[in-house]
Structure formats: structure tokens, C-alpha cells
Design a protein around this ligand. Structure first.
Ligand code: IPE
Ligand code: IPE
Ligand code: MG
Length: 245
């Protein structure tokens, strides 16, 4: 019997496209193209497994510092991916959300994103968040500004009211954050939301990341004990969870 617990929210830092290409004597942009294929397979797999929220780090605010040609290609790949996948997203019940500042994106990209978000707005199978032009620090600053603009009383600034102003509003925090390509850093990703996420690092470059490896990451998560500040005994013996607060 398979008793694997399926996490509600998986977030991925899809890293290593450039090195994957270099290893094969290809252009970096070929790596991004191969990366887009990996995205397709992982999205479908997560939907089939019943994961309700999947967040993919697609383009960070810092990525604007890359060569112009590479940025252009990345946005071309994104638009062709969404145009091709729009129908199947809807069919599979996948709602598209964007985490990041939409206003700074090229007009055509923005229009397509808005169109696909609208087309999939009522889908309830899974939410696919694309972190695009995303910065975790910017997200926190933006939430702070929004609360100040509302004139909220200091004591009304709670974890809940703050989280409501984040781009992930209404969604649970990621249970699992996966980073491919062997880098061991967070790169400004989901800084508020990752407070109690479990991390899974793999040396695999993103274009080689398969649904099987995703299953391995979920299995690994299942072997861990998430304690949220409690003791191990408190987690195993549910009766002993009485605390002084
Ligand atoms: C991840 O792969 C894709 C994006 C950041 C858009 P990279 O392009 O960062 O690949 P490496 O890290 O150079 O290998
Ligand atoms: C993080 O990857 C951003 C995305 C995966 C889109 P980077 O490759 O840009 O991260 P750093 O800058 O090397 O940490
Ligand atoms: Mg990288």
C-alpha cells in the first residue's frame, strides 16, 4: 500500500539550464529550451499526483542582468510554452498565477499572461504559480507598503494579514522547496513563505529533472519529521502535546 503523503505545495528553483547546455557544447538558450520540456513533464506529473500548488521559479528580478539575447529567448520560450499549453492547462484543471511584478514585463508577454490567467481562473485541480520578475525581498516590501497605504493599525499587522498582501495570497506555504543543479542557496525565493519549508537539493541540472526524481524528492520528504518547534516525542506521541502557552 502506498501511504506516501502528498505535499500541498511544492516550489522549485529550476537551475542549471546553462551548464546542461555547456556540457553538451550547445548554446545556453538550447538549455532553456530543454528546460521548458522538463517543465511540461513536471507540471503534468504534479497534477496527476494531486499536488494542489506548484510554484516554479521562472525568472528572477536579478535575471534582468543577463545578456539581452538570453532574456529575449527566455521570454520567447515562455510565450510559446503558454500559447501551446493554454488549452491543456484548462483541460487538466490547472489555474495559472503569476508571482512577481507584471507591470515591468513586455506588453505582449503581459497580455498573454493575463489572457491565460483569465482563461484558467476557475480551474480547481492545481494552481501553477510562475515566479516571474520575482524577488522575495520586493514581495515583502510591497506587502509592507500595501498595509501602510491601507492605514492598518500596528497591532493588526499579523502573520496572516501580512501574508494576505503577498503574491501567494490564499495559498499554503511550500512544504517542499527543490533546487536543482547543486547550488545550495535560496536566491531571493519565497523568503517569507519558506519559514518552515523542507529543502531538497539535487545535482541534476533542470533539463534532466524527471517526474521520477520528483517522486524521489517527495519520498525523501516523507522520511523526514517536521517538528515546527516541538520535540520529537511530542510529534510521535500526540497525547503529550500539552504546552504552557
Ligand atoms: C535556470 O538555469 C534558468 C533561469 C535562471 C532562467 P540557468 O540559466 O541559471 O543555468 P546555469 O545556472 O547558468 O547553469
Ligand atoms: C534562480 O536561478 C532563478 C531562477 C531559477 C529563475 P539563478 O541561476 O538566477 O540563481 P543565482 O543568481 O545563480 O543564485
Ligand atoms: Mg543558474
Amino acid at each position: 500500500m502506498n501511504i506516501t503523503h502528498i505535499p500541498a505545495h511544492i516550489a522549485i528553483i529550476m537551475d542549471g539550464n546553462g551548464r546542461w547546455a555547456k556540457q553538451r557544447g550547445l548554446k545556453r538558450t538550447d538549455g532553456h529550451k530543454a528546460g521548458a520540456e522538463a517543465v511540461r513533464a513536471v507540471v503534468t506529473h504534479c497534477r496527476k499526483k494531486g499536488i494542489k500548488h506548484l510554484t516554479l521559479y521562472t525568472f528572477s528580478k536579478e535575471n534582468w542582468s543577463r545578456p539581452k539575447d538570453e532574456i529575449k529567448k527566455l521570454f520567447e520560450l515562455l510565450t510559446s510554452f503558454l500559447s501551446k499549453e493554454e488549452k491543456s492547462l484548462k483541460k487538466e484543471g490547472i489555474r495559472l498565477k503569476i508571482l512577481g511584478e507584471l507591470a515591468d514585463l513586455p506588453l505582449t508577454v503581459r497580455q498573454l499572461l493575463k489572457h491565460v490567467m483569465w482563461q484558467t481562473r476557475n480551474c480547481t485541480g492545481m494552481t501553477l504559480n510562475l515566479a516571474l520578475n520575482y524577488s522575495g525581498r520586493e514581495e515583502i516590501l510591497r506587502a509592507t507598503r500595501a498595509l501602510l497605504e491601507k492605514g492598518i493599525a500596528p497591532e493588526a499587522v499579523t502573520e496572516t494579514s501580512f501574508a494576505e498582501e503577498l503574491w501567494t495570497t490564499g495559498q499554503p506555504d511550500p512544504d517542499l522547496i527543490i533546487r536543482t543543479s547543486g547550488e545550495l542557496r535560496i536566491s531571493n525565493y519565497l523568503l517569507f513563505q519558506c519559514a518552515y519549508s523542507e529543502f531538497y537539493f539535487t545535482d541534476t541540472y533542470w533539463p534532466d529533472f524527471t517526474p521520477e526524481e520528483l517522486d524521489k524528492a517527495i519520498e525523501d520528504l516523507n522520511s523526514r519529521q517536521r517538528r515546527f518547534g516541538k520535540t520529537s516525542d511530542q510529534i510521535t506521541n500526540h497525547n503529550e502535546t500539552e504546552t504552557i502557552r
